[in-house]
Design a protein around this ligand. Structure first.
Ligand code: XMP
Length: 542
């Protein structure tokens, strides 16, 4: 369970031997920084991001075989523009720079960057010039993605220009002898047609790396690391049924079997079928020791009379820890606690906010409010994985796709989809309506996938659920006047939850959902569709 970060608590114990990245991406605040690391990993080469004030010594200690300088929003001539330690360029490790990284490599090595009259944003036609290690096996003319205002006007000594566009005379340059390469465009972005080929040329051609970062090798290495780290000790894990905690459970169990004990705190605000699925997968399928804590009653009392959304969230979050630690105290000899922290949590909570050094990333800690006298050392085996890698890992470990690819679901659960006080009756109504929404829109997404072959098809729903807004309205059923509940249908298209638009669902799908809800859920006589994008609305109602 990815739990709330509290005010004071414990520091995660780093793994004894964190894997050294084969490729280090030095991050200059790029919009696409994480994307670069992911693209490299897509090619089965392990890559990590480090903040831009990393020194040459620190880098050397990480032992990478290749370095990538990311893009970034600054102009290289701006007063506070981030710099790169010039010694990094002298380490003899192959380097590839993109956009800001391209310009920074230029000025650091004595070339020149000029302010251009006009910027270049979006697709551009790239024309190659001469031979190039980086652009090998790509067409003489091709589409690339640009996003810059300044341009390189003079390459450093020893470099040759290998490509240009109409408005960018040095779109790519290289010094093959020193194995230094740079592009003004973004090879990591899908719109750069041959970006993947360029990365392959760099990683496998120039750097002679092997594509060894595969799911099997990852699992084997993680299993060995966990075994070495925890030895004969017992490990406890808070299981929520969410993706991250489920994958950690499967991984740690593979490593140490019954030394792991999972505690599933059922707060009573889960969706239909979820507690059963947790039991079925972890206890029945895997055979893991699992404590199912029925805290439904306790939460029901805790939330009685509470209508403020933030207060609901606060109470639900802090109660989780109380229940969890009560349970933990019943278990003997537990030294470790496993957590589903993932790489974006680390990047966002550590380096980004502090602007710190590489070591800041390493010393990230996930804070947990241990009560007096209780302490566990933390293990966070997913702390270098992106979300899509966590899902892949889950599938490879045998978790059902339904669990691994489930849509986002907030920690406070259905409580923040019931406006006003949460009662058992309202939970029952919402759970029934929500099950219908999910059945129908799961099927809609599957149909769309069958037609388009694309899981992320433009019109597939990204998140969909029912909300109980606490409105009653007049209706008529048979000959009887009713005064029943309204259910809101919320269905959005989104990539990352930062922005979202309401899904343009076909009328017949809307009609079926509405018909089924009023027909099958007792006490509901009206269904409305939320047609507000985010912003200005949020995806959730509370
Ligand atoms: P909003 O409502 O802010 O939600 O547009 C953005 C995304 O975050 C999810 N969400 C949460 N996830 N704990 C979570 O783990 C929470 O408290 C929480 N609140 C919102 C929401 O479902 C959407 O995907």
């Amino acid at each position: 369970m990815m739990v709330n970060r509290a005010q004071d608590g414990a520091q995660a114990t780093p793994l004894a031997d964190d894997p050294s990245p084969q490729v280090v991406v030095i991050d200059f605040g790029a919009q696409y920084g994480q994307l670069i690391a992911r693209r490299v990993r897509d090619l089965h080469v392990y890559s990590e991001l480090v903040p831009c004030d990393v020194t040459a010594e620190e880098l050397l200690a990480m032992g990478p075989s290749a370095i990538i300088l990311s893009g970034g929003p600054a102009s290289v001539y701006a007063k506070d523009a981030p710099r790169v330690d010039p010694n990094i360029l002298e380490l003899g490790i192959p380097i590839l720079g993109f956009c800001y990284g391209h310009q920074l490599m230029t000025v650091t090595l004595g070339g020149e960057v000029a302010h251009a009259q006009a910027g270049e944003y979006g697709p551009a036609q790239l024309v190659r010039e001469g031979a190039s290690d980086l652009l090998e096996s790509t067409p003489a003319e091709q589409t690339v993605w640009m996003s810059h205002r300044d341009s390189v006007s003079q390459v450093p000594k020893g470099f040759v220009v290998t490509a240009r566009t109409d408005s960018c005379p040095v779109a790519a340059m290289e010094c093959a002898e020193r194995r230094l390469y740079a592009t003004q465009f973004h090879p990591e972005v899908r719109h750069t047609s041959y970006g993947r080929r360029m990365l392959e040329n760099f990683l496998f051609g120039v750097c002679r790396l092997e594509p060894t970062w595969t799911m099997d090798s990852i699992i084997n290495r993680k299993v060995a690391e966990i075994r070495e780290q925890v030895g004969q000790d017992r490990v406890i894990l808070g299981l929520s049924g969410g993706v991250d905690s489920s994958v950690v459970a499967a991984l740690v169990y593979k490593a140490i079997g019954e030394q792991l004990c999972c505690v599933f705190v059922n707060h009573g605000m889960l969706r239909a079928g979820e507690p059963e699925m947790v039991e079925q997968v972890f206890r029945d399928q895997f055979g893991m020791p699992l404590v199912h804590v029925h805290a439904e009653q306790r939460y029901s009392q805790l939330l009685a009379g509470v209508t403020d959304p933030e207060e609901k969230r606060r109470r639900i979050g802090s109660e989780f820890w109380r229940v969890f630690f009560e349970e933990a105290q019943r278990l003997d000899g537990v030294r470790w606690m496993a957590q589903g922290t993932i790489y974006p949590d680390i990047i966002e909570s550590g380096a980004r906010k502090t602007g710190g050094k590489a070591s800041t990333i390493k010393s990230h800690h996930n804070l947990i409010p241990f009560p007096d006298g209780i302490h566990f050392d933390l293990i966070e085996p997913l702390d270098r994985f992106f979300k899509d890698e966590v899902r892949e890992l889950g599938v490879a470990l045998g978790l059902p796709a339904k669990m691994v690819y489930r849509q986002p679901f907030p920690g406070p659960g259905l409580a923040i989809r019931i406006i006003g006080e949460v009662t058992p009756q309202k939970l029952e109504t919402l759970r029934a309506a929500d099950a219908i929404v999910r059945q129908e829109l799961d099927a809609y997404n599957e149909d769309l996938f069958a037609k388009t072959g694309d899981r992320n098809s433009e019109h597939s729903c990204w998140q969909y659920f029912a909300v109980l807004p606490g409105i009653r309205s007049v209706g008529v059923m048979g000959d009887e006047r009713t005064y029943g509940q309204t259910v809101v249908l919320r269905a959005v298209e989104s990539a990352d939850a930062m922005t979202a638009d309401w899904a343009r669902l076909p009328y017949e799908v809307l009609a079926r959902i509405s018909g089924r809800i009023v027909g099958e859920v007792s006490g509901v006589n009206r269904v409305v569709y939320d047609i507000t994008p985010k912003p200005p609305a949020t995806i959730e109602w509370e």
